[in-house]
Ligand binder design. Structure first.
Ligand code: ADP
Ligand code: MG
Length: 755
């Protein structure tokens, strides 16, 4: 797209606004009214680029629009047009702070249009959410909405369910949520009673004679595997033949889990023992995470390690990765400053096309080429010099680091040099927003991780632009990226912090030869004799070396993309099963579907119960009991699949295809376990009959509910290089080819015919 000023639709919308003949509810008329409302209430006249972007959003596209170009307003147009046509739009912001800010900021426009709007953040009480979700437009985060979706799965009273039928979702900072965090599952768990099982404790005991020669610990996944020696020993100790055969898969998983509990899990670091229970410690926050359990057999193994006998256990009730949560919406749109480079991924995973909106004013930012150093120490010296130089001139500088620890370290080093700075730790609260909003102030030195402060506008001269002239003369905001990231998109995102709306600005980009990304992708080998043979101080200037280092970035991008594609081969099946189970459950509770299991499978008992309690009452109870049973069924399913993932790499050893095996095993389990439901239902009916009054029957539900993000899920799947090779190159090509043929439909259509 070259220019938007001659875009016919944009012109038409502006003409409609001019003529004031825009009372109808066609998209263009609603857009014209939004245009007028923005002028009237906020005192801003939407730019042509913003109208063009809004058109693309309402067509379900992903727009790339640079930071500071005014995307917040674009979403309002699209949401209003959708609402005026009877739909409901959810606008997902990067964090709670932005959801509240954007809703408050844009509310006058919605009010003017007569469109109801609300905001849901972590602080919003559960009791208020149902009403809020009835608003035509809701600002919230994918995390909050995703948890609401999952929580409904724990309710037995349909009136208490709050999450509406997904309709239209607009994701702000879309690449962050839909790509970088897409694989993070939201998990909901609860305390439930469990039957005691001593088998793991017994196995743990019998493994006391196993030592280093018998197993290996994988450095990356921390999973434990038997060596050949260990396998022989296991067959002897447990009296089985073929420890890798399918019959012994359960035993093997327990053995590996016990060894992992013994050798890898550390008390007080990974978990604590409290009130005779294993309580996990969250690796990110360092706080205990009650209700959270180790996957598969590992929880029981950890208990065996401490001789604990467990009668109630936190069980995972449901989970959904953000990627799949987004896919629940029949219509998707998104906006971000950096979408272009992830075009293929957006199209493939979400079936949405990327449209690039040009900047309103030409970009004046100077983007310097990669500055490469021999090692971290050399690099840090250069970064400190760069920051110091800017600080001396009182030129504002924003440093983007890869982690909170790196931020802390760098700020400490700078302080020693007499440079004081603000450090942001991605708490995403209003205080941090204030700091980042002032990152363009004269003399400001701000250090932040990539995540912190996203979505907040950086004005030159500070929030009030007071020192703008001084800062402009100093060259505008200087942005420094401290290392090469897995994806060039992250670096671009950071660069985009400078030079907003035609401002002057500059970006510098540092890396060193000893960064993980360089060593992992074997830069040394790629460069051959151009690779320095000994430590060199100062910036490296060899052209081949620099070129190859930049190429590493693209190699790494390709790898992570492949990894995500591969991961999907494992996760799709679970999503399909969850959707089916959820849908059945909802149909039962809403009364849309009446179970006839009792009538069919236990007619005599059923008749007796009807006479005792009445048909209507009994049928209602049957639906509820079955819905609760579906929860148990789903928890069992999740346990089983977690256990399966732990052991699935082993099928590779037996010469089979793990992804395929995994899918078959999940499918089999789902079908087989479902077959036990009628019998379990009959047992429940017997219990019901023992009650004097139908109201006396209590359906067992979890006592407490917990929610958390499981950051290590992707890790679990990343099991090994073995897993990454499961689909041969040809399979891969075939998938891609089919995908290209079925334009815009992505994986899903092909696999389930959805969308
Ligand atoms: P983005 O999300 O694209 O980074 P924002 O929506 O945060 O940008 O807007 C950036 C700044 O631009 C805000 O201060 C906003 O008030 C301002 N702005 C947006 N649209 C206009 C407009 N049409 N005219 C003037 N200022 C605008
Ligand atoms: Mg924004």
């Amino acid at each position: 797209m070259s220019s938007v000023s001659d875009n016919k639709t944009v012109l038409k919308i502006k003409a409609l606004a001019d003529s004031a003949e825009c009372g109808g509810n066609s998209r263009d008329e609603v857009f014209a009214r939004c245009f007028l409302a923005a002028q009237k209430t906020l005192g801003i006249t939407p730019f042509d680029e913003q109208i063009a972007a809004a058109i693309a959003l309402s067509e379900g596209k992903l727009i790339q629009m640079q930071t500071g170009e005014g995307k917040t307003l674009c979403a309002v147009f699209a949401a209003c047009a959708h609402a005026k046509n009877g739909g409901a739009a959810h606008i997902f912001t990067f964090n709670d702070y932005l959801a509240a800010r954007d809703c408050e900021w844009m509310k006058p426009i919605y009010d003017e249009l007569g469109v109801s709007v609300g905001v849901i953040t972590e602080k919003t009480p559960r009791g208020e959410r149902k009403e809020l979700y009835k608003k035509q437009v809701v600002y919230t985060t994918a995390k909050e909405a995703g948890f609401d979706y999952l929580r409904d799965f724990t309710e037995l009273d349909p009136n208490k369910m709050c999450f509406p039928k997904p309709d239209f979702a607009i994701f702000d900072e879309a690449d962050s949520i839909l790509i970088d965090e897409a694989r993070i599952p939201l998990v909901i768990a609860g305390d439930v009673a469990v039957k005691e099982d001593g088998s793991v404790a017994e196995i743990y005991e019998k493994l006391s004679g196993f030592d280093e020669a018998d197993f290996e610990v994988d450095e990356e996944t921390k999973n434990v595997y038997l060596t050949d020696e260990g396998a022989d020993k296991a067959e002897e100790v447990f009296g089985v033949r073929g420890i890798y055969s399918a019959n012994n898969a359960g035993l093997l998983a327990k053995i590996c889990a016990c060894l992992k509990a013994r050798e890898v899990l550390r008390e007080d670091k990974d978990y604590i023992v409290k009130d005779k229970k294993i309580v996990l410690v969250d690796e990110f926050t360092g706080r205990t995470a009650p209700g959270r359990v180790f996957p598969g057999e590992l929880q029981a193994a950890a208990e065996a390690k401490h001789g604990l006998k467990i009668t109630s256990r936190g069980r995972i009730i449901g989970s959904i990765a953000l990627q799949y949560f987004a896919r629940l919406y029949p219509k998707l749109a998104g906006m971000t400053g950096t979408a272009e480079s992830a075009r293929e991924e957006f199209e493939k995973f979400y079936g949405i096309t990327v449209e690039v909106i040009p900047t309103r004013l030409p970009c004046k930012r100077i983007d310097n080429p990669l500055e490469l150093y021999f090692d971290q120490a050399e690099k840090q010296k250069a970064i400190i010099a760069a920051v110091k130089d800017a600080a001396d001139k009182q030129r504002p500088v924003l440093v983007g680091t890869a982690s909170i620890e790196e931020s802390e370290e760098l700020s400490e080093a700078l302080r020693k040099e007499g440079v004081s700075c603000s450090v942001l730790n991605a708490k995403n609260n209003s205080e941090e927003a204030k700091i980042i909003a002032n990152a363009g102030k004269r003399g400001a030195v701000t250090i932040s991780t990539n995540m912190a402060g996203r979505g907040v506008d950086i004005k030159l001269g500070g929030e009030d632009s007071s020192d703008k002239d001084f800062v402009v003369n100093a060259g505008g905001l200087l942005v420094i990226a401290t290392s090469m990231r897995e994806s060039g998109r992250i670096t671009l995102q950071l660069r985009g912090r400078a030079g907003r709306q035609g401002d002057v600005g500059e970006s510098r980009y540092f890396a060193s030869l000893d960064e993980d990304i360089m060593t992992k992708n074997n830069l040394r080998k790629l460069c051959g004799r151009h690779y320095p043979s000994e430590k060199t101080s100062g910036a490296l200037t060899d052209k081949t070396l620099l070129k190859e280092a930049e190429r590493i970035q693209r190699i790494s991008e390709g790898d992570t993309f492949d990894e995500r594609v591969n991961l999907m081969k494992y996760t799709l099946i679970g999503e399909k099963h969850r959707e089916t189970t959820f849908a059945r459950r909802t149909a039962l509770l809403s009364g849309e579907y009446q179970s006839e299991m009792w009538k069919k499978n236990a007619p005599e008992l059923y008749e007796r119960a009807v006479r005792k309690f009445g048909e209507k009452e009994l049928n209602a109870l049957e639906n509820k009991i079955l819905a609760a049973l579906l929860n148990e069924f789903h928890s069992d399913y999740l346990d089983y699949t977690a256990y399966l993932r732990e052991g699935i790499h082993l099928t590779q050893i037996a010469g089979r295809n793990p992804a395929e095996e995994y899918n078959i095993a999940c499918e089999e389990y789902y079908e087989n376990a479902a077959q036990s439901i009628p019998e379990r239902m009959t047992e429940k009916l017997e219990e019901v009959l023992k009650c004097g009054n139908i109201a006396d029957y209590k359906i067992e539900t979890p006592e407490r509910i917990y929610t958390y993000l499981l950051n290590d899920m992707a890790e679990e799947f990343r099991v090994k290089p073995l897993l990454l090779n499961v689909f041969s190159e040809e399979d891969e090509q075939e998938l891609i080819k089919e995908d290209e043929a079925e334009e815009k439909k992505g994986f899903f259509k092909k696999l389930f015919g959805k969308k």
